[in-house]
Design a protein around this ligand. Structure first.
Ligand code: SF4
Length: 335
C-alpha cells in the first residue's frame, strides 16, 4: 500500500485514534518533520512506542519533492517547482494550467507539503490558493489543509489566507459556513456573462447574476472585502465600456479589483497584452467614476514564468498557451 503524507490530517488522526494514540502527538510530529525534512520515524522523540510502527507502515514525512527552485532577477520572487502536477479541468482559455487538462486532485497533505517546502526557504506569512487548479473543486482537501495551516505548529492567521475561485457558487456558500473569515478572491475576468463564457468555459455553469448574488450574501455575512481578479486581454475585455460595466456590477460591493496584465507565453496564445494606456484608463474609470479600489498587478517573476501554471508547462513541453497572472500581490492586498 502506498504510504500517505504525514500531513494528511484526517488520515493520521483516524490511524492514531484506531491505535489508541493521543492525537496531541500529531502537531509534535509535524513540527519535527518541518525541522528535519529527511528524518526517519525512529528519530522523532518522545512518542508512544506504538506510534513508531504505525508511522513506518502508513506514512511518509513527505510525498512530494522539490524539482527545482528558481530565483527571479527581480530578487524577490522565487518559484518552487514541486513534483505533484495535477492540472485543472476548468479550461480557461488564457491559462497555462488550463491547457494541461486535469490529472488528479491533491490530498490535503500534498497541499500542506507545499507550505512545508516553501518554509524551508523563507518564513511564510501569506498563503494564496490559486493558479494551479480550481481550489474549490477539491473542497474537502482544501478545507482540511487550511485547518492544518491555521493550527499548531503552522499557526498562520486566517486573515492571511486567500482562496481564489472562478466562482463555484455552491462551494462559496459552503466555505462561508466551514471557514468563516477566510479571504475570498474571485476570478471575474469579464463584466458580462457572454465574455466570461468566451474566455472561461466553466462560467456557463455559474451564471454571473447568481454568482454576484452569492458574493453579496457572502459579504453580508462575512463583512469582509472581496478581491476581484481581472485579466486584461486586448480587445476582449479591456475597453472603456467594459470598465463601466464592471464598475456598475461592483459599485455596491466592498471589493478590491486587481487588474492583471496578460502575460503571454508560447506562440499558441490567441490573446494579446493590453497596452499600458488601456490598463491605466480602465483603472481610472473604476477609481474615478465608481470609487472602487483598483490595483494593477506587479509583473514579478516574469523571467521565471512566475505565473499560473507557466513553470510546469514551460518545463514539461514548451507548448504553453497563456497564463492567469502572478501570485504576488493578492497577499499584499489582504494585509
Ligand atoms: S485560471 Fe485557474 S481555474 Fe482557470 S484553468 Fe487556470 S487554474 Fe484552472
Amino acid at each position: 500500500m502506498a504510504l500517505r503524507s504525514v500531513f494528511d490530517a484526517s488520515q493520521i488522526r483516524t490511524e492514531f485514534e484506531n491505535a489508541g494514540i493521543n492525537s496531541h502527538f500529531i502537531p509534535l510530529i509535524w513540527k519535527y518533520v518541518i525541522q528535519n525534512p529527511n528524518c526517519e520515524w525512529d528519530e522523532v522523540p518522545s512518542l508512544p512506542s506504538s506510534a513508531y510502527p504505525l508511522l513506518r507502515s502508513k506514512f511518509k514525512p513527505s510525498t512530494s519533492t522539490v524539482h527545482s527552485v528558481i530565483d527571479s532577477s527581480d530578487e524577490v520572487t522565487t518559484k518552487l517547482l514541486i513534483k505533484l502536477q495535477v492540472g485543472c479541468k476548468m479550461g480557461c482559455k488564457f491559462c497555462a494550467t488550463g491547457s494541461m487538462g486535469f490529472k488528479n486532485n491533491l490530498s490535503s497533505g500534498e497541499i500542506v507539503e507545499q507550505l512545508v517546502h516553501a518554509s524551508h526557504l523563507s518564513q511564510i506569512r501569506n498563503v494564496v490558493f490559486m493558479g494551479m487548479g480550481e481550489p474549490l473543486n477539491n473542497y474537502t482537501a482544501l478545507v482540511e489543509a487550511i485547518r492544518v495551516m491555521t493550527g499548531s505548529p503552522f499557526r498562520l492567521s486566517l486573515k492571511r489566507i486567500t482562496v481564489s475561485t472562478v466562482g463555484i457558487i455552491h462551494a462559496i456558500k459552503k466555505l462561508q459556513n466551514d471557514i468563516p473569515n477566510l479571504n475570498l478572491a474571485v476570478s471575474l475576468h469579464a463584466p458580462v456573462q457572454d465574455i466570461r463564457c468566451q474566455i472561461m468555459p466553466a462560467a456557463r455553469a455559474f451564471p454571473l447574476e447568481r454568482l454576484m448574488d452569492t458574493l453579496r450574501e457572502y459579504q453580508k455575512n462575512s463583512q469582509q472585502k472581496i478581491f476581484i481578479e481581472y485579466i486584461m486581454l486586448d480587445g476582449v475585455n479591456d475597453e472603456e465600456q467594459h470598465a463601466h460595466q464592471l464598475g456598475k456590477l461592483l459599485e455596491t460591493f466592498e471589493v478590491v479589483v486587481n487588474l492583471i496584465p496578460f502575460n503571454p507565453i508560447g506562440t499558441l496564445s490567441h490573446f494579446s497584452t493590453s497596452s499600458e494606456q488601456k490598463v491605466t484608463k480602465f483603472q481610472k474609470i473604476l477609481r474615478g467614476t465608481y470609487s472602487i479600489r483598483t490595483t494593477i498587478r506587479k509583473q514579478m517573476g516574469q523571467d521565471i514564468s512566475g505565473a499560473c501554471g507557466q513553470l510546469v508547462v514551460n518545463q514539461s513541453d514548451k507548448r504553453s498557451t497563456g497564463s492567469a497572472g502572478l501570485l504576488t500581490d493578492i497577499e499584499d492586498l489582504s494585509l
